[in-house]
Design a protein around this ligand. Structure first.
Ligand SMILES: Nc1ncnc2c1ncn2[C@@H]1O[C@H](COP(=O)(O)OP(=O)(O)OP(=O)(O)O)[C@@H](O)[C@H]1O
Ligand SMILES: O=C(O)c1ccc[n+]([C@@H]2O[C@H](COP(=O)([O-])O)[C@@H](O)[C@H]2O)c1
Length: 209
């Protein structure tokens, strides 16, 4: 299905765990860094791979910054150890997370991948292309976000996967469990959003998170 030879993945030892943190990062802000660092710690991950998307398939506007500029900014700002910054969706010309996850789990079946997302994304997860196939392939960690907790936990995908929810206190086990399985991670919150930053810079109106 995919031509893996077109993409080189970072080194990761067999059996290690990798948090896949997909995002527009248009631009990156401290809320993103908080999410990655919290996931790394709470889930006891070996790595976080920042997957900078060429463009969110559900967003109607193109990113304000080029993929190269966004990746460079992520490299500059996300200085936590154990991070890698990838543009594999551009390299493979895929846009849907289901395809990205299928490719990665096929290429590295010996790695424990976990998908990371903010709570606002769980609220709309049921609208993603083949969302159930994503949930069937990798555990999912949802990180709390101001104003999104209720909408996410009562969303169609959360209800559909209610029986597969792991208590947040057991989050360190998540990457060891067979999907579908997910957990909700609470902790320090950041009110930051890229759309508010773009609006403050006169780039576009803030979008509701
Ligand atoms: N402040 C935050 N707290 C928790 N999660 C966040 C926060 N900001 C972004 N995220 C999560 O990080 C990932 C990437 O988000 P994205 O790059 O779209 O940033 P954003 O601030 O939500 O942008 P926009 O305002 O343009 O929608 C998503 O999973 C999103 O839910
Ligand atoms: O595959 C989909 O249908 C899909 C729909 C919406 C968002 N995503 C992915 O979700 C991640 C977060 O996107 P964003 O724009 O909220 O940062 C990013 O990796 C997107 O490609 C994926």
């Amino acid at each position: 299905m995919f031509p893996p030879q077109r993409v080189r993945l970072p080194h990761v030892a067999p059996g290690q765990s990798v948090g896949l943190y997909g995002g527009s990062f248009d631009p990156i802000h401290d809320g993103h860094v908080l999410v990655a660092e919290r996931a790394l710690k709470v889930l006891k991950l070996d790595w976080v791979w920042w997957l900078v998307t060429p463009g969110n398939p559900l967003k109607t506007h193109d990113p304000a910054h080029s993929l190269q500029a966004r990746m460079a900014a992520v490299r500059g700002e996300a200085r936590h150890p154990r991070r890698k910054v990838l543009g594999i969706e551009e390299q493979l010309d895929v846009r849907f997370t289901a395809d990205t996850v299928a490719m990665l789990t096929t290429m590295r079946p010996d790695v424990r991948f976990v998908w990371l997302m903010g709570a606002d994304n769980l609220a709309g997860f049921h609208r993603w292309n083949q969302w159930r196939s994503i949930a069937d392939r990798v555990p999912i960690a949802v990180i709390d976000r101001p104003g999104s907790r209720h909408a996410s936990l009562s969303a169609p995908a959360a209800r559909a996967m209610a029986g597969r929810r792991l208590d947040g206190e057991d989050a360190a086990q998540l990457s060891h469990l067979a999907p579908p399985v997910w957990t909700f991670i609470r902790g320090p919150l950041s009110p930051l959003s890229s759309s508010a930053i773009r609006a403050a810079n006169g780039m576009q109106k803030p979008s509701p998170s």
